[in-house]
Design a protein around this ligand. Structure first.
Ligand SMILES: O=C[C@H](O)[C@@H](O)CC(=O)C(=O)O
Ligand SMILES: [Zn+2]
Length: 279
């Protein structure tokens, strides 16, 4: 077995008010997402979302089923979204090869049986993945950055100038619940998702990358009038329950991947919070 997926239960916002730094990190932060020749991650009880990393170095890694699923194959009742944050690599789905360059995505529909992740021929392959329960099977599809629906938001003056690349969204690829994309901050801009928002219909997970060794992102979570923060480094992910804002400010610019699942596939379904209303 090269796969290790650990279970995390949901948290009530009234309970989270009493979490200290370590407890907050234990429940929401995912620190070591890429481990050599391993598939690791978290099975969250927030919408049964799985967040993880795949790091093939010396051998190809097959997507194994895990105990939590009680299914013969990982994707028997699930869909999978992958974004490559490392060197170019190849993913084989039931015998078909998909070449994934850096920052390219692959959607794999439920029912796929044999999924194999290959090492990169030009560096290290780091495949970040999210998975959600699926009620039907949609076709597997590669989504490059050119295929993304792009939205430019913010401004240099507000330190939040960024481009949102919607990769796995219903205008680009059919999915049951899963939505994923990648937001790139312009040099000099440090704030993501400000003004912040919640969306009670969906949970979300963020994964920060393109950060220098010495840089950090302060990630904000919690109910809008009861916020907390988690200091994060490169290649770390964080869970955001439906009741929580999810926003960050970095010591430099960075890129991050967002992924969501829940009640609808409406990216714009957000309840925005004015910065002056946050507590
Ligand atoms: O629900 C949507 C997600 O939180 C992100 O797409 C927000 C984001 O990338 C940003 O504003 O920078
Ligand atoms: Zn959101």
């Amino acid at each position: 077995m090269h796969t290790n997926i650990v279970t995390r239960y949901g948290s009530h916002p009234d309970d989270v008010k009493n979490y200290d730094t370590q407890k907050l990190r234990d429940h929401f932060l995912i620190e070591d997402i890429f481990q050599d020749d391993k598939i690791t991650g978290v099975y969250s009880m927030f919408d049964r979302y799985i967040v993880g990393g795949i790091a093939p170095v010396s051998k190809a890694l097959e997507l194994e089923t895990v105990e939590q699923l009680k299914a013969e194959h990982f994707l028997d009742r699930r869909e999978l979204g992958i974004i490559n944050v490392g060197g170019s690599t190849k993913v084989t789905v039931d015998g078909t090869d998909y070449q994934l360059g850096t920052k390219e995505a692959l959607y794999i529909g439920s029912g796929a049986k044999e999924v194999v992740f290959h090492p990169s021929t030009e560096g290290q392959a780091y495949l970040y993945f999210n998975s959600a329960p699926a009620h039907t099977s949609f076709p597997t599809k590669k989504v490059g950055l050119d295929d993304a629906e792009k939205v430019e938001l913010g401004s240099m003056e507000e330190s939040n100038h960024r481009v949102i690349n919607k990769l796995i969204v219903n205008s680009v690829v059919e999915s049951c619940q899963l939505q994923m994309g990648m937001t790139q901050l312009k040099p000099g801009s440090v704030w993501n998702t400000m003004p912040a928002h919640t969306h009670d219909r969906r949970m979300e997970a963020y994964f920060y990358f393109d950060l220098a060794e010495t840089a950090a992102v302060c990630h904000y979570m919690g109910q809008p009038q009861e916020t907390r923060h988690i200091w994060m480094k490169n290649h770390q992910a964080v869970l955001s329950p439906a009741w929580s804002i999810h926003s960050g400010s970095g010591t430099s610019n960075y890129t991050f991947i967002w992924g969501m699942a829940g009640e609808n596939l409406d990216y714009g379904d957000m309840d925005k919070v004015a910065p002056t209303d946050l507590r």
